[in-house]
Design a protein around this ligand. Structure first.
Ligand SMILES: [Fe+2]
Length: 401
């Protein structure tokens, strides 16, 4: 048995969390994916969350399940572990079969990677995908990517999933060089719920429940040097979570520097830290004393702070602010909207026409595509891609995938 701070996990439980296809896109936590299940709207909408990330920078990724007139609709597929499937099957017993599986993003690899496995788990379901699917480094047709083409439909081109109860709203398409960015939001009218993929997120100071099962990533980042042990306290969990949010938002936050190799090695391989969990004490980060100041614009106190993810703003929409505002205009006209359920971080988040209009106003007045402070690294990536001609100057110009 392996033991975490709050939970004892036995072998049988671990085997139900196995994801065999992880080498296709080797993200942390690799072959073992714990699922946290929540009912978001009683008897109508449910959320399945797993962790996904790079090198201990892991954030929750979410599958949303909606009860429709014909059965269950899955939006933003996740790796279908036995644990996840058992819960889904018990929902089917109560609310009807899975009839549609929706991949509403053209570019989000972390969402599309599990679509073929999810399709095999529900062989009678219709698959709906955002148009303009692409793969990298090899451009491959959907059939070769494992999509059963005889039951795969493109949203808008071939119709709409569950159109009696859902409205589908496109953000994009934008030309992002390697392919297109587009995501199609689902507005579920009976519950006033808007389901998005990456376009909006909400982050709060309390670490996500998934870290209760294994807090290692947040405790890892809560330290100040590699020779410190991983200590588990509520305060250190919050500290590590805040740093992890800065990493995932800016990739290289302004208040973070990489120490010389000599210092990293001096602090490594200390007694008690010679294990994989502590990465053998290798901790190549130094945080400036005032690192916490920049979290105020990202992390809400006791409630999720609504925002566009910095990576999306600076790397996908730097020259397409108007398209983002147009999308928000469309959303603000949706009647009866009450909440948004994104595919990352917290959900649900309060979201109605008034909040949407206020948010739009804030974005419209904001300094977009920033290049200072925390934005320096993302700005340098964008400028370099633009200079090399990888991304176009005008992402909204007509393009071919
Ligand atoms: Fe995503």
């Amino acid at each position: 048995m392996s033991k975490t701070s709050n939970h004892t996990v036995n072998r049988q439980e671990l085997s139900r969390q196995k994801w065999y296809w992880w080498p296709l896109f080797p993200l942390y936590p690799y072959g073992i994916r714990k699922t946290v299940f929540k009912e978001l709207v009683p008897n109508q909408i449910w959320s399945f969350e797993q962790l996904q990330g790079l090198y201990y920078v892991a954030v929750p990724v979410r599958l949303t399940v909606i009860k429709t007139l014909n059965g269950l609709m899955l939006i933003n597929p996740l790796p279908p572990t036995d644990e996840l499937l058992d819960i889904l099957h018990s929902l089917e017993d109560k609310h009807g079969p899975v009839v549609s599986i929706v991949l509403p993003t053209a570019s989000g690899l972390e969402h599309k990677i599990s679509m073929p496995a999810m399709a095999r788990a529900f062989p009678k379901a219709l698959l709906w995908v955002c148009p303009g699917q692409w793969s990298f480094p090899l451009a491959m047709p959907l059939a070769l990517l494992g999509f059963p083409v005889n039951r795969t439909r493109r949203i808008f081109n071939d119709g709409l999933p569950e159109s009696q109860s859902c409205e589908w709203i496109s953000l994009g398409p934008l030309d992002i060089g390697l392919g297109r960015f587009q995501e199609i939001s689902c507005f579920h009218k009976p519950t006033g719920s808007l389901i998005v993929t990456d376009a909006l997120i909400g982050i709060q100071d309390k670490p996500p429940e998934l870290f209760d099962y294994d807090p290692t990533p947040i405790l890892f980042h809560a330290r100040d040097s590699g020779d410190q042990p991983l200590v588990d306290t509520p305060l250190l969990r919050k500290k590590g979570w805040a740093r992890l949010v800065l990493f995932s938002s800016f990739l290289k936050p302004d208040k973070l520097s990489i120490p010389p190799v000599g210092i990293i090695l001096k602090n490594s391989f200390r007694p008690g830290l010679r294990n994989l969990k502590a990465h053998f004490g290798i901790y190549p980060f130094v945080w400036a004393k005032d690192w916490e100041t920049s979290t105020a614009k990202l992390i809400g106190k006791n409630r999720p702070l609504l925002q566009i993810a910095p990576v999306l703003e600076r790397l996908v929409f730097p020259r397409a602010k108007d398209e983002f505002l147009r999308w928000l205009d469309t959303l603000s006209k949706l009647k009866g909207m009450r909440r948004v359920i994104p595919a990352h971080f917290s959900a649900p988040i309060d979201f109605n026409s008034r909040i949407c209009r206020d948010f739009r106003r804030k974005i419209s007045l904001s300094n977009w595509a920033k290049s200072d402070g925390n934005w320096i690294f993302l700005d340098s990536v964008d400028k370099s891609l633009l200079k090399k001609g990888v991304v176009p100057q005008d992402p909204l110009r007509a393009f071919r995938d």
